[in-house]
Design a protein around this ligand. Sequence first.
Ligand code: MF3
Ligand code: CO
Length: 249
Amino acid sequence: MVVLKLPEEVSRLRISNRIVAEILAELRERVKPGETTRELNRLSEELSRKNRVIPAFKGYRGYPFALCTSVNGEVVHGMPSDRPLLTGDILSLDFGVIYKGYYGDAAITVPVGNVSAAATRLMRVTEQGLYNGIEQALAGNRLGDISAAVQGCVEAAGFSVVRDFVGHGIGKSMHEDPQIPNYGVPGRGIELRPGMVLAIEPMVNQGGYRVRVLSDGWTVVTEDGSLSAHFEHSVAITENGPEILSRIQ
Ligand code: MF3
Ligand code: CO
């Protein structure tokens, strides 16, 4: 069942997602060769306290950190560690908070120092795929219009979209209906309506779309070892088009 949000609920989601965006912007500034993802996780917790929000991921289904940090061939749900980041790595930062009972959720992928042209192109295409999807988040459109827009962009560039993980509705829970695959057929699926709030989050692999979960039970990696990128925004569908709640200023 898809929950439509009242204007006052969208107001809270606007605040939770703005805080997520601000914290991601601060974390991005700290990404450098030699930095550890454990330190970025610590900073995300400190910034959550300062902003008086609850980190949404910590304790979620037993996940032990506030932040997901996925490096290179890690797709999503990578766990912070003491391994220093290296020049040429790409790092996905996925972060969420709860403000007055409402969730914010967003993700970015950033370069560590200078990275290869291929890695840069992967990140650009993934973010462009997200924006093409968001462009279709219009009242009267169907869910498949979003999915197909993401997939079209990604596959035209020669990359693949991960199938095993999807975007989601967001509100009083982090994961609400509908599920939002990053592949699909235009005109299919539920009709989009004002008051829906959707977390759209393409995970894009340089090689094949297949992934597996490591024995830690969390870290999702590409099966072929190729690089992967992840961008996510929480978006409200309004009478006047999509409103990106987690836009980084
Ligand atoms: N952005 C991710 C998602 O939408 C965050 C979940 S990570 C978890 O599923 F650790 F909280 F599970
Ligand atoms: Co999400």
